[in-house]
Design a protein. Structure first.
Ligand code: IMP
Ligand code: MG
Length: 186
């Protein structure tokens, strides 16, 4: 059977697998254990940034042993593989964050532009404190310096997909995190 036009291949489109399922699982368990220690006897609320952090949030929440709640915000700045100038927020927080211990859960800390918008938005709700947990931190110049306390993986400036991360809404379902072959988007 031939692929319909415009539907990409999947693993064949990766130039390299950077982190496999087992490495991701181990890293999430490690961060979950640290968070469980740090947030013992606190009032933790995880705030995941859609859609990229969805699988990370789901796994991280289950790796945290202390009581907590989670919520979701919708914010994005990317169009294809290039950041756009505009950060769009399309889903607000529904839990009451006032006086609580908020941990923002983001897929990638890249320029920091998206995270800065989410960070400032969360602070408007007057939580007791706000920290950030990123699945991936890219080694790039930042536009905003933020309190990113937990990072699962540090990478160079390559475009990655999988485990929630997309290229044009594709590849999110991959169980690994891999570098997208530049041939796919060039
Ligand atoms: P920033 O606003 O420049 O920090 O970009 C962060 C957002 O861009 C992330 O939340 C991701 O959704 C997206 N992003 C950045 N780098 C990548 C990547 O390598 N793959 C997929 N999405 C990315
Ligand atoms: Mg994205």
């Amino acid at each position: 059977m031939t692929r319909p036009a415009g539907v990409p291949r999947v693993h064949e489109d990766l130039s390299e697998v950077l982190f496999d399922e087992e490495e991701i699982r181990a890293a999430v368990e490690r961060i979950g254990a640290r968070i469980s220690e740090d947030y013992r006897d606190r009032d933790l609320v995880l705030v995941g940034v859609l859609k990229g952090s969805l699988f990370f949030l789901a796994d991280l929440s289950r790796a945290i042993s202390v009581p907590h709640q989670f919520d979701l915000v919708g914010a994005h700045s990317y169009r294809g593989v290039k950041p756009s100038e505009q950060v769009t927020v399309d889903k607000d927080i529904s839990l009451d964050l006032r006086g609580r211990d908020v941990l923002i859960v983001e897929d990638i800390y890249d320029s920091g532009k998206t995270l800065k918008v989410v960070y400032d938005m969360v602070r408007l709700y007057q939580p007791a404190n706000v920290e950030i947990c990123a699945l991936i931190s890219k080694n790039v110049p930042r536009e905003a310096d933020l309190p990113v306390k937990y990072v699962a993986f540090e990478i160079e400036d390559v475009f990655v997909v999988g485990y929630g991360l997309d290229y044009r809404e594709r590849y999110r379902h991959l169980k690994c995190i891999g570098a997208l072959n530049p041939e796919v988007y060039e």
